[in-house]
Design a protein. Structure first.
Length: 152
């Protein structure tokens, strides 16, 4: 497995950044290559991505979610194997640090080569930068889910 870690500071309050991140179906608005995310229930999402002309579908499960602190997930089925966590840290009343760590298994020669060349790191960094631009431009979250999912 390969690991990628990225961080971005956003100029919005912690609850705003966290609430927006819980709107998984909005990810295509700032995540490159994500075509659709369908939230199946409080814990499960179905993803469709298209990267470099290759379409993949997979399911994820939220394994730990604590409002204003973290969301951890893992894939459960499909074309992608990964797990990760996003954490939120209050810097002050108007600023939040978003940390994203993803463990993933590159499949095939093209993905392995892309991983070795740092393409995944750049994609994740770009996604966080686009999240920053998106949430700062909006200035507020479009909703959010503040439920607790405990590791089981």
């Amino acid at each position: 497995m390969s690991m990628v870690k990225e961080t971005v500071d956003v100029d919005v309050p912690l609850h705003t950044a966290y609430n927006q991140w819980t709107l998984f179906e909005e990810f295509p608005r700032f995540m490159e290559g994500v075509e659709a995310v369908t939230q199946l229930d409080d814990r499960h999402n179905h993803w469709r991505t298209s990267i470099g002309g290759v379409t993949r579908e997979f399911d994820t499960e939220i394994v730990d979610q604590l409002p204003d602190e973290r969301i951890a997930w893992r894939t459960t089925d499909g074309d992608v194997r990964q797990k990760g966590v996003v954490t939120f840290q209050r810097l002050d009343e108007r600023h939040t640090r978003v940390n994203l760590a993803i463990d993933f298994q590159p499949e095939g020669m093209a993905e392995k080569a892309g991983d070795m060349l740092g393409m995944v790191d750049r994609r994740v960094k770009g996604d966080l930068r686009r999240f920053k631009d998106f949430i700062e431009h909006e200035g507020r979250e479009e909703g959010g889910w503040r439920g607790r999912v405990t590791p089981g």
